[in-house]
Ligand binder design. Structure first.
Ligand SMILES: *Cc1c(COP(=O)(O)O)cnc(C)c1O
Length: 418
């Protein structure tokens, strides 16, 4: 069944409460109108959602299971702990859902080429995979700094047939890649679609990406009823741009007995200024940037702040407008977890359950572990594991100061130096 989405603010299409909108240059107006029409048309077509479900099943491995974590439950001694396994998607994270959904829209619009920006490279790899599968041309914009830091993903994007363009403007990171991508789109919109990776940016992207990701919550709600015999008392999800959180939360929005908890990057601690907690720390300020209105981490002059997280996917200044509104309404509670808490939660999960969550997802685990012991064994909590941690081997090995890993890197480098 096609998902139901939260309603707009009265008379303000594209706004969730006070947040959202589409602040775009005039030359993109027509392209956005075309995209809105294509999306609305798809939503009205009863076969579209089913074709999306079929693609995510046959190609992506859905439905992903919910796993009861008996060992963690026993060790922490409180609520029963369940995990929604988005790590089992093709390419290892929830990003694959949205990308395949937008791929189907591209086919309906008859476009031949997709472009995307990527920070850590996960969205770039997912987009390149979809483009290869659907026979589309693909260009990925990535800050030169990120190309150097995230080389394994650059390698795979190129092997998948995508062109990766290193962006040399500004700080040579994600925000510069977004600008380069928008410039490309302004010139190429007739045959090109911009695949937005999260629930941010101008309307209709926040709504569209939520629509595709809501498959997570739709599955999870039915799975919890079958497996736990009840709805979860709390649902935890990490929040970068907010797409995995929006996806799982929409399944439970009408279930007021289910508390929804978004977990942001506490980095080195909110008091240090090196974090990406927009809502949990109360440091974010409403503003307009990158084509939409939301709560951003910015200074008094409105300049965007530098953010930090051990998890590249949570290292972002803005947040999905729907989540900003749900926070204001008090429907979603926001917490943060520090880099250290996150690495500890990752280690405990690996050792207890043989599950390797991504560093991003480990934020949700860290907050859930903090709260589970104070709940009772009648309570059930659900953690959204947005992705798998294999990609984080460089960062995690470094954080754990693993000697064997360092020797391996040294010897590999020496082999290339000869
Ligand atoms: C990209 C990413 C995130 C953050 O993005 P959201 O839009 O906030 O979901 C979280 N987890 C994983 C594994 C990611 O790759």
């Amino acid at each position: 069944m096609s998902p139901k989405l939260p309603v707009w603010a009265p008379g303000r299409e594209g706004y969730f409460g006070d947040f959202g909108g589409a602040f775009i240059p005039e030359m993109l107006h027509e392209t956005f109108a075309e995209l809105r029409a294509a999306f609305e048309n798809a939503c009205d077509d009863e076969t579209f959602w089913q074709s999306y479900v079929d693609v995510t099943a046959g190609y992506g491995g859905r439905p992903t299971p919910v796993t009861f974590c008996e060992n963690l439950t026993r060790k922490l001694g409180g609520a029963r702990i369940y995990v929604k396994r988005e790590d089992l998607n093709h390419t290892g994270a929830h990003k694959a859902n949205n990308v395949m959904g937008q791929g189907l829209l591209v086919q309906r619009m008859g476009k031949k080429r997709v472009i995307a920006e990527t920070g850590a490279g996960q969205h770039g790899v997912a987009t390149a995979t979809m483009a290869a599968r659907l026979g589309l041309e693909c260009t990925i914009y990535m800050g030169e700094e990120d190309v150097a830091r995230q080389h394994p993903n650059v390698f795979w994007m190129r092997q998948l047939g995508a062109e990766v363009i290193p962006v040399t403007d500004g700080t040579r990171t994600l925000k510069d890649a977004i600008n380069a991508c928008l410039r490309d789109w302004a010139d190429s919109m007739a045959d090109t679609h911009y695949v937005m990776g999260t629930v941010c940016g101008p309307h209709p992207f926040p709504q569209m990406v939520t629509y595709f990701q809501s498959i997570i919550g739709q599955e999870a709600r039915a799975q919890m009823l079958a497996l736990a015999g009840k709805l979860p008392d709390r649902v935890y999800a990490c929040v970068g741009g907010g797409s995995n959180a929006s996806g799982i939360f929409t399944g439970f929005l009408d279930d007021l007995s289910t508390e929804l908890v978004g977990v942001e990057a506490g980095g080195k601690g909110i008091e240090t200024g090196e974090h990406a907690a927009r809502l949990a720390g109360g440091k974010g300020v409403p503003g307009v940037a990158q084509g939409y209105k939301t709560v951003f981490l910015q200074n008094e002059e409105g300049l965007m702040q530098d953010t930090h997280s051990v998890a590249a996917g949570l290292d972002y200044i803005g947040i999905g407008p729907m989540l900003a509104d749900l926070h204001e309404q008090g429907r979603v509670r926001f917490e943060s977890a520090t880099d250290q808490e996150v690495v500890d939660a990752l280690r405990l999960t690996m050792r207890s359950e043989g599950i390797i969550p991504a560093l991003e997802s480990s934020h949700a685990f860290a907050a859930a572990f903090r709260e589970a012991p104070s709940l009772s064994d009648d309570d059930a909590i659900l953690i959204n594991q947005s992705g798998r941690g294999d990609k984080d081997i460089f960062t995690v090995a470094d954080a754990l100061d693993d000697e064997g890993w360092k020797t391996f890197i040294r010897e590999t480098a020496a082999r290339y130096a000869r």
